[in-house]
Design a protein around this ligand. Structure first.
Ligand SMILES: Nc1ncnc2c1ncn2[C@@H]1O[C@H](COP(=O)(O)OP(=O)(O)OP(=O)(O)O)[C@@H](O)[C@H]1O
Length: 369
């Protein structure tokens, strides 16, 4: 499939400072792609280069078969929703939505129906005559979205679109934006630093760090198969054991035990490596329980238990003082894991309790150290 939007080797320098380097990203028509990474990693700069607000230092950008690298912003047909929405406070909802169309010198007879359609899409027809300050945060967000979509853009850009909303509303609006984007088939590039937002909304994620792309993939690819420690840590929590590549998926841990896993790349045998596995994939068993088939196992001692409501977090110290985190569902059997007090499977857990920590080989990633 040919891509619809292409960043090809794009870079941005501010004087001697390299804000974005070698940014290459093909995007398919109708896709929602999220740029994700810590503050200052170059997400917004990349988005702004596409919008034409920031000049590209190197490389090119193609949109719908056309090289737009040097086009002025107003000729790129890009719809943008800014952080904090940037609505005009003295214009009504419908005037705000009409603004972009008037700027494009569209005939008044055309503007009216377009505005109505855009407002209907975000279910705001009844609030058309209100001023932004007479709206809730979620409603203002929808006005910004309607304004961006009204121009029929070739691509929609969302810059931290949910950052001004409180946590509860954010959940709702996430689903709403995603549905709207799917229904309209609008190719969308979104910037966020919120992992949950990116995982739940995007078709693909681009994980950035210090101006560079670390990994591109679907949500489950980057979560289940991170290619390095940065991605594993940035996308949720992970446990790491130190050691060396043992060849054929084996890992020679510093603990002196050999574990089985899957290598992110074919690192040479003996190369320093990390084994990474997620806290929610860890099982706790009685300390004398044999390691189950297909699993890795190590003995440790519980050092801390944190009650998180639906989940309970266990910190377990291994013999070399490496700590492992296990995140287990709260079954209501306070103090017990894996069944009630009478079950053979259950483990009594209290700080100081010895346990067998087990996790599946298939959940274990071998990463370059
Ligand atoms: N006009 C500028 N002049 C010099 N440096 C800049 C300029 N704009 C951005 N930068 C730098 O470029 C880097 C990338 O900035 P950018 O805004 O793209 O980061 P970001 O990933 O979007 O971060 P955040 O999540 O904090 O918005 C930062 O180190 C920033 O300080």
């Amino acid at each position: 499939m040919n891509s619809y939007l292409d960043f090809d080797g794009v870079a941005k320098r501010y004087g001697a400072f390299q804000a974005v380097s070698d940014f290459t990203l093909p995007i398919h028509e109708g896709e929602l792609v999220a740029l994700l990474g810590p503050s200052g990693c170059g997400k917004t700069t990349s988005l702004r280069m596409l919008a034409g607000f920031v000049q590209v230092s190197e490389g090119s950008i193609r949109l719908a078969g056309k090289d737009i690298t040097q086009l002025p912003s107003y000729r790129r047909n890009v719809g943008m929703v800014f952080q904090g929405y940037a609505l005009f406070p003295h214009l009504t909802v419908e005037e705000n939505v009409a603004f972009g169309l008037e700027m494009r010198k569209m005939k008044p007879a055309e503007i009216g129906p377009r505005v109505q359609k855009a407002l209907a899409r975000v279910r705001l027809e009844s609030l058309a005559k209100r001023l932004p300050r007479e709206l809730s945060g979620g409603q203002q967000q929808r006005v910004a979205l309607a304004r961006a979509m009204a121009i029929d853009p070739a691509v929609l850009l969302l810059d931290e679109p949910l950052s001004a909303l409180d946590a509860r509303l954010r959940h709702e609006v996430r689903a709403e934006i995603r549905q709207l984007q799917k229904d309209s088939g609008l190719t969308t590039l979104m910037v966020t630093h919120d992992q949950d937002e990116a995982l739940s909304m995007a078709d693909r994620l681009v994980i950035m760090n210090q101006g560079r792309i670390e990994q591109i993939g679907t949500p489950d690819e980057v979560y289940e198969r991170p290619i390095n420690r940065f991605v594993a840590e940035f996308m949720g929590k992970s446990n790491f054991l130190d050691g060396k590549m043992g060849g054929e998926g084996r890992f020679d841990s510093k603990l002196g035990q050999v574990f089985a896993g899957h290598a992110a790349d074919a690192g040479r045998t003996g190369a320093p490596a990390l084994m990474s596995f997620r806290p929610e994939r860890v099982q706790l068993r009685r300390v004398d329980t044999p390691v189950a088939d297909g699993c890795n196992g190590v003995q440790g001692r519980i050092v801390r238990i944190t009650y998180l409501g639906p989940l309970i977090e266990y910190r377990i110290a291994l013999k070399d003082d490496t700590e492992i985190t296990a995140l287990l569902p709260n079954t209501g059997e306070l103090g017990y894991v894996g069944g009630d007090a009478s079950s053979d499977e259950s483990v009594y857990t209290a700080p100081g309790s010895p346990v067998s920590v087990q996790w599946q080989a298939r959940d274990s990633r071998l990463l370059p150290a």
